[in-house]
Write a protein that binds this ligand. Structure first.
Ligand code: WTA
Length: 656
């Protein structure tokens, strides 16, 4: 990193102060086996998709999905409403299961599961097809029809994936709610979606303890009048109250049903799922995805980005409560006939080496995880990693937040042994699948950059005036053309869909993130639009200042926010968690370090040490809350997605 402040600021552009020079081309051995072996191959494929997106997606859909009836129109685009593959009939559960069994993969392991207490299960594609069919019959028996919403609040067990695929099989719409949310949050989502059925378990294991999920669900159901029945998976065997007439045991219902259930022939655009995301403020929105476009996009992006090979043991550590679990635990890899590893529990139970133990035990080849986990591993210390043989790994992935270059290098060296490419994948709940990422055999990586758009994706970086900014400058990241995986709307609130994503920059999808493109055409995500800090007229991105802080050996994690300043407009406040102890000297040292790394302009005015940062339950740092703390305001907006409320109280106590 070096100092590089461009002072010719035009309206709405963002300054960049970070220059990352390191470049990591894939090893020849990796490249030789890849689907895309060179930048030229990628470029040709990409250019063909841009030149004729209709022909491109039409050919992809014909080849990579099963059609009960072929589609007659590839796209109907009436901005902001897209409908893909019209007239076609398909089924996502069929594409994930029957298509693979019919292709001879019936005996291949689809899901390898490890429970937190250590039990393990292997389920083949044929067994999964039977389990899903049986549970689909349970759904039908309970009066669930195509279009009905099923609310799922379950631990990371195979039954969670089975429940999702069973809904898909009969055309019911699943709404998965991460099994860490409160009763209030479940009820809100159930009411918004008009859910008819609740699926849950008696409890789940978390760091060796049993959490009684069903108790939370009981509270939620007392405020969810649309829910008629509740099916309970016996996971831990704890004492569980059952309400007669409403609650049923999963195994009792399933044992009465047949293990065959033909997949419903569904319209391309029939709704597949709703997934609630909080956005940065206010009421959670139910992001609406439909069948064919989403399924195709999840499948192809999985194959491209993870360079899928038939013998891979692929592990995505995300929970199915998030979009990453939907697209890259369930629909993407299973459509592609992959072997997916699912782990139920915490990364630090019974000890901080659990992930590495699992990698060694199952000979995992591809690992996809989040920066928040990587930063935790760094903090816990290298000794936990070094105990295990990680030589089976060939590819690593990151998702959910920007990855600081320092954390990227650690991941590359300590986990990847210097030989595994890292795919830093940028995307959103709304986009359905990965939008920008290296294709690992074709695109050399730079630490902290998501590199290039995937085929069919046309990003644009624009200023406040809606015009594209100059190459090298930061601005709002938009997507210019529709793609099959895009959200189709917000459940029950089409106006909000229009306002939030399609109004600020007419004709383009507004991602809500800022980004810049460097001189090689690589993209760098600069954080959320709302998080930009304006210091003396210079608009700075959070990630660059944070990365400068994290590059100091004493720092584990950092979050920076703006706070009002009479002279500069905004001053920079940094919240820092350390690998060791805090001291006044270190505070000074960190300020100097940032000054040296990226310049005086970006030097934090205020550095606060804290034992933890407030995060969403999916692990993203909540800068909005820190902003209020930094400026001494009371907290505002929705905090139902906050991971640990005590962190907030602690930060307040830590205030100087
Ligand atoms: C952020 C997760 C930088 C970004 C799939 C985006 C990232 C939001 C990256 C979506 C990345 C995700 N680099 N930022 N590789 N991946 N983000 O809906 O701000 O949970 O808009 O989807 O996470 O989060 P969501």
């Amino acid at each position: 990193m070096s100092q590089n402040v461009d002072h010719s600021n035009s309206e709405g552009e963002i300054d960049t102060v970070m220059v990352e020079q390191r470049l990591f081309p894939p090893a020849d051995e990796f490249r030789a086996k890849s689907q895309f072996k060179s930048l030229e191959e990628y470029q040709q494929f990409y250019d063909a998709a841009v030149a004729d997106p209709i022909a491109f997606w039409s050919a992809q859909a014909k080849e990579h999905l099963h059609w009960f009836e072929p589609f007659t129109q590839t796209l109907d685009w009436n901005c902001p409403n897209a409908r893909w593959f019209l007239g076609g009939k398909t089924n996502a559960s069929y594409n994930c299961l029957d298509a693979n069994v019919d292709a001879g993969l019936g005996d291949k392991v689809a899901i390898v599961w490890e429970g937190e207490p250590g039990e393990t299960r292997q389920i083949t594609y044929r067994e999964l097809q039977e389990e899903v069919s049986q549970f689909a019959n349970v759904l039908k028996r309970l009066g669930i029809h195509a279009g009905d919403v099923v609310s799922i609040y379950m631990p990371m067990t195979p039954e969670l994936a089975i429940a999702m695929l069973a809904c898909a099989r009969i055309g019911a719409v699943h709404s998965v709610i991460f099994a860490g949310f409160s009763a209030e949050a479940i009820a809100d989502r159930n009411n918004d979606a008009g859910a008819k059925l609740q699926l849950t378990s008696d409890g789940l294991y978390r760091r060796g303890k049993v959490l009684p999920l069903k108790e939370t669900v009981d509270q939620a159901l007392s405020k969810s009048p649309t829910v008629e029945n509740c099916v309970v998976l016996k996971r831990v065997g704890n004492e569980t109250p059952m309400t007669a007439g409403r609650d049923h045991w999963w195994h009792e219902l399933a044992s009465q049903e047949s293990r065959t259930c033909p997949a419903e022939q569904l319209d391309s655009e029939s709704p597949l799922f709703i997934l609630y995301t909080s956005g940065s403020t206010g009421k959670p929105k139910g992001i609406r995805h439909t069948t064919a476009g989403y399924n195709l996009y999840a499948k192809r992006t999985f194959q491209w980005v993870f360079d899928h090979q038939a013998d891979d043991i692929y592990w995505c550590t995300a929970d199915c409560g998030w979009i990453t679990g939907h697209s890259y635990v369930v629909y993407g890899p299973l459509s592609a006939g992959a072997t997916v590893l699912m782990y139920e529990g915490a990364p630090n139970y019974p000890a901080e080496d659990r992930f590495w133990e699992i990698v060694e035990k199952y000979r995992v080849t591809v690992l996809y995880t989040a920066p928040t986990a990587i930063r935790a591993f760094i903090k816990w210390g290298d000794e936990h990693v070094e105990k295990h043989d990680l030589s089976s790994l060939r590819l690593l992935g990151s998702v959910g937040e920007g990855i600081n270059p320092q954390a990227w290098m650690w991941y590359h060296e300590k986990i990847g042994g210097g030989r595994c490419p890292i795919v830093d994948t940028w995307w959103q709940t709304e986009t359905g699948g990965i939008m920008m990422s290296p294709l690992p055999g074709a695109i050399a990586t730079k630490p902290g950059s998501c590199t290039k758009p995937l085929p069919g994706i046309v990003p644009k970086i624009v200023g406040e005036d809606g015009m594209e900014v100059h190459r090298g400058r930061g601005g709002m990241l938009c997507i210019d053309t529709p793609w099959p995986g895009m959200l189709r709307g917000i459940w029950g609130d089409e106006q909000r869909y229009q306002d939030q994503y399609w109004s600020k920059v007419p004709g383009m999808y507004l991602t809500g993130d800022n980004a810049r493109q460097d001189s090689d055409g690589y993209y760098w995500i600069m954080g959320r639009i709302d998080d930009v800090i304006n210091v003396s007229g210079h608009r700075l991105s959070t990630i660059e200042v944070e990365s400068a802080l994290v590059s100091h050996p004493a720092v584990a994690e950092a979050a920076v926010v703006g706070k009002p300043d009479e002279i500069k407009g905004q001053a920079i406040a940094a919240f820092v968690t350390l690998r060791g102890d805090a001291s006044e000297e270190l505070r000074k040292d960190l300020k100097l370090h940032v000054r040296k790394e990226i310049g005086a302009l970006a030097q934090p005015d205020d550095i606060r040490f804290t034992s933890a940062l407030p995060k969403t339950r999916s692990g993203k740092i909540m800068r909005r809350l820190l902003r209020d703390i930094a400026s001494g305001k009371e907290q505002s907006g929705d905090t139902s997605t906050l991971e640990d409320y005590t962190v907030l109280a602690k930060l307040r106590d830590d205030e100087e």
